[in-house]
Ligand binder design. Structure first.
Ligand code: ATP
Ligand code: MG
Length: 349
């Protein structure tokens, strides 16, 4: 068992993983024994940031991957860190957890200076890494127990929390299954549940729903909303703009390690787009674009779709009506429009 803990120690997540369903999240049954006694939880004063980065910088060789980044996440927020592939999201989370050292700037996590007191801070954090790091040689329930012991929880507390976590992950019927026999989606659900075993103040989730089918994604969204309702703070990265729009009450978009926009989702949509969108599909869009451009604020071609941004959609829709071989969709602007406007439509990496 000790070997397992040592393995966990070198993993990026080491810090903390604990989850719990709502009754577990109340925090009234905290540890009282186990492998290592976790440090006492000091209260983090309300109205202060639960985590903060100031002018944080990280480089690998000559490449700057986090560039003078300032971030503040407040208690109770669901904060979305967005950016294209290679933007520096995972590196930022690793810096926060003290798993890699900054070249400059300062960080605090749960009131602790990072990296100096990262182990203490991580005891109060639940982490879902971008890539699952469950132990494939253990069963579902053993993976939960191991993490509970890592955080110094007593057997009694672990056994009380585990059923709720299995229910959270909808894995009640797979408790004794080997992790290697689970589907990718089941593993992801287990990883999210595991991140709650320590009843964390803060959940840091790197693409929590990547690889999940729509049903499982909706389940996780519902669970995360109930965690937010119980007062938990969440910092997540995602490439699903719908996820960011549904869950997050504050967003920061980074690209090339730099912050390029931040704000509430609907404020960003209003300030960056501020009008409706008509997507047009069909043949000879180049010709059509010429006639539609005067009727739109702006137009943009991406692949086989023409995007028309319109404040007054009626004239443009009238021009499209009856065009043979053309289909179109009129919709409100969304976060994906914002993301693509800010970061471009070209592939990254
Ligand atoms: N250990 C490392 N050594 C060298 N370069 C690294 C290392 N880790 C990350 N990078 C580089 O840092 C940049 C940011 O990577 P990071 O993983 O933080 O991006 P990301 O925003 O999480 O991307 P994705 O959305 O694809 O997960 C990338 O260019 C990546 O290649
Ligand atoms: Mg990443």
């Amino acid at each position: 068992m000790l070997a397992v803990f040592l393995c966990l120690e070198v993993d990026w997540l080491t810090g903390a993983q604990w989850c719990s369903a709502s009754q577990v999240m109340r925090g009234d049954d905290r540890h009282n024994g186990g492998y290592c006694a976790p440090p006492a939880r000091l209260p983090v004063p309300a109205l202060t940031a639960i985590l903060e980065l100031r002018k944080v910088r990280k480089q690998y060789g000559d490449t700057v991957v986090v560039n003078d980044l300032d971030l503040q996440v407040h208690r109770g927020q669901c904060f979305g860190l967005l950016g294209p592939n290679g933007a520096g999201k995972t590196t930022t989370l690793r810096l926060l957890l003290g798993l890699t050292t900054p070249a400059g700037g300062s960080l605090t996590l749960c009131g602790e200076p990072i990296p100096e007191r990262a182990p203490q801070a991580r005891m109060r954090v639940g982490v879902v890494p971008q890539f699952d790091n469950l132990d494939p040689d253990f069963s579902v329930i053993e993976n939960l127990r191991i993490f509970g012991r890592y955080f110094g929880l007593s057997s009694a507390v672990i056994e009380r929390r585990v059923p709720a976590l299995l229910e959270f992950a909808r894995l009640e019927n797979r408790a004794n299954a080997q992790v290697r026999d689970l589907s990718g989606g089941m593993r992801r659900r287990l990883t999210v549940a595991r991140a709650l075993i320590n009843d964390p103040d803060l959940l840091i989730m790197d693409e929590p729903t990547t690889g999940l089918d729509p049903q499982a994604r909706h389940l996780i969204w519902e669970r995360l909303k109930s965690l937010m309702a119980s007062g938990k703070t969440i910092l997540l990265t995602t490439h699903f703009m719908e996820e960011a729009e549904r869950l997050c009450n504050y967003l920061c978009v980074i690209d090339g390690g730099r912050k390029i926009a931040e704000g509430k989702p609907h404020d960003l949509i209003d300030s960056q787009i501020g009008c409706d969108v008509v997507e047009v599909y069909g043949d000879e869009l180049d010709t059509l674009r010429g006639s539609l451009t005067p009727l739109a604020e702006r137009t943009e071609m991406s692949g086989e779709t023409l995007f028309c941004y319109v404040r007054e959609p009626a004239p443009l829709l009238a021009a499209l009506h009856g065009q043979s071989g053309v289909r179109y969709l009129h919709r409100p602007a969304n976060l994906e429009d914002v993301f693509l406007k800010l970061t471009g439509r070209e592939m990254r990496d």
